[in-house]
Design a protein around this ligand. Structure first.
Ligand SMILES: Nc1nc2c(ncn2[C@@H]2O[C@H](COP(=O)(O)OP(=O)(O)OP(=O)(O)O)[C@@H](O)[C@H]2O)c(=O)[nH]1
Length: 388
């Protein structure tokens, strides 16, 4: 019962988040807002009257709210203001406080100060009220009975997706092809050149297609992100914009091209072996956010049709060891090597993803059965590993 609730809520939350966009391409993942808290009312010096305080601006996380809804709720104004406090009067010495303004937002929004870039709040607790701008104090003896101004600032709301499975890989590894193989009806942009995927794409995979006995549909969401490059954690290739969507993913799926990777001109950039690709991706993930390398993680060696079977087996064996990173040159070794929950293979172009499907279901279910309820992935620490 609990498990089915988990699965249902995990799927629902992404479906609701992205609204009705048919192709499920995330078109809008940030909103710029001007917020102004109310100013305090003036006091009355002669009678020691105190002005009312200005209203605060709060954001509250609510369930099942699409990100686009924020825009609709604001009626395209992109400005929120709270009420001013009223001034003290002879007949009403204590002024009335201004009303607070509360904006409902979906879970997983980062509130960022537009000018400084500081993250003011990570809004990831349901029904929690986050104070965004404080109203000014009413006039009183401390401020010479002059009402104070409320805080006023420009902010950015950053949406972070909450997929069950987040696909990570270097460009051209075959992420979109994998997504297409999982969800054949979905139209995904695929091409034989890097950076075909420019925006995150979400797909919903009915994972229990063969299981006619299950009462609840078992649907997992997959997010295909644009390819990461060396230095993505330092925002090269707009890395931050995409990596933020991995923060709340339940499972990371590292997609590696079995034939390796060549970035641009071979005279300028060295060819990277598949193992080196894993090392680069591991390093990028840990550099961006250490918590990411603690998440459940599956590696899939894609394009197995292009290399010898033995080569794939050797690679799989290496990655399945605890010290897989030791096979890499020192400069490419990640500081915190990920201990993979599964290493598997696929040939997505030819629809061969059965082993990958099995492993993903196994890892997903094992994680959920461990806790018996919706897992708190922010504090998740796998049993046998991950000493950070
Ligand atoms: N031979 C073979 N080719 C594949 C396989 N999977 C993907 N490809 C090809 O690899 C190329 C890149 O595939 P994409 O799915 O666009 O790769 P991507 O990782 O999404 O690329 P970016 O958008 O750059 O991140 C395409 O030409 C695919 O047809 C596979 O299993 N075997």
């Amino acid at each position: 019962m609990r498990l089915s609730w988990c699965l249902k809520c995990a799927t629902k939350r992404v479906q609701k988040l992205i609204g009705n966009d048919e192709r499920n391409i995330v078109k809008l993942d940030r909103i710029s807002l001007h917020v102004k808290a109310g100013g305090g009312g003036n006091g009355l010096l002669r009678y020691d009257g105190v002005g009312g305080s200005g209203g605060n601006i709060y954001f509250t996380c609510v369930p099942d709210m699409p990100f686009q809804q924020i825009k609709k709720n604001l009626n395209g104004r992109f400005r929120i203001a709270a009420e001013y406090g009223t001034s003290s009067q002879k007949l009403k010495l204590v002024g009335q406080n201004g009303k607070h303004a509360v904006l409902n937002i979906p879970l997983g929004i980062d509130v960022v100060h537009k000018e400084s870039g500081d993250v003011l709040h990570k809004c990831n607790k349901m029904y929690q009220r986050y104070l965004i701008a404080k109203g000014g104090a009413g006039g009183n003896y401390k401020n010479n009975y002059k009402g104070e101004s409320g805080e006023e600032l420009n902010i950015l709301l950053h949406l972070k997706l909450r997929p069950n499975i987040g696909l990570v890989g270097l460009p051209n590894a075959g992420k979109s092809t994998i997504l297409q193989a999982f969800i054949p009806k979905k139209s995904v942009k695929i091409a034989a050149y890097p950076f075909t995927t420019l925006k995150p794409q979400l797909g919903f995979w009915k994972a229990d297609d063969d299981d006619k006995t299950s009462a609840e549909p078992f649907v997992l969401s997959l997010a295909d992100l644009p390819g990461l490059i060396d230095g993505a954690a330092d925002n090269r290739g707009r890395g931050h914009e995409f990596m933020k969507h991995l923060e709340y993913a339940d499972i990371l799926l590292i997609v590696v091209d079995c034939t390796g990777f060549q970035m641009g001109d071979p005279f300028e950039n060295p060819w990277r072996s598949p193992l080196e690709c894993v090392g680069i991706l591991n390093a990028e993930l840990e550099n961006y956010l250490k918590r990411l390398v603690k998440k459940p993680c599956v590696v899939v060696l894609n394009k197995t049709d292009l290399v010898e079977k033995q080569e794939v087996e050797d690679l799989k064996a290496k990655l399945s060891t605890k010290g897989w990173h030791k096979y890499l040159p020192e400069a490419l070794q990640p500081k915190i090597p990920i201990q993979f929950d599964a290493v598997t293979t696929s040939s997505a172009k030819f629809g061969k993803i059965d082993k990958l499907k099995e492993e993903l279901i196994r890892v997903y279910k094992s994680v959920h059965f461990d806790t018996g309820e919706c897992i708190d992935f922010e504090n998740y620490e796998s049993k046998e590993k991950r000493h950070i």
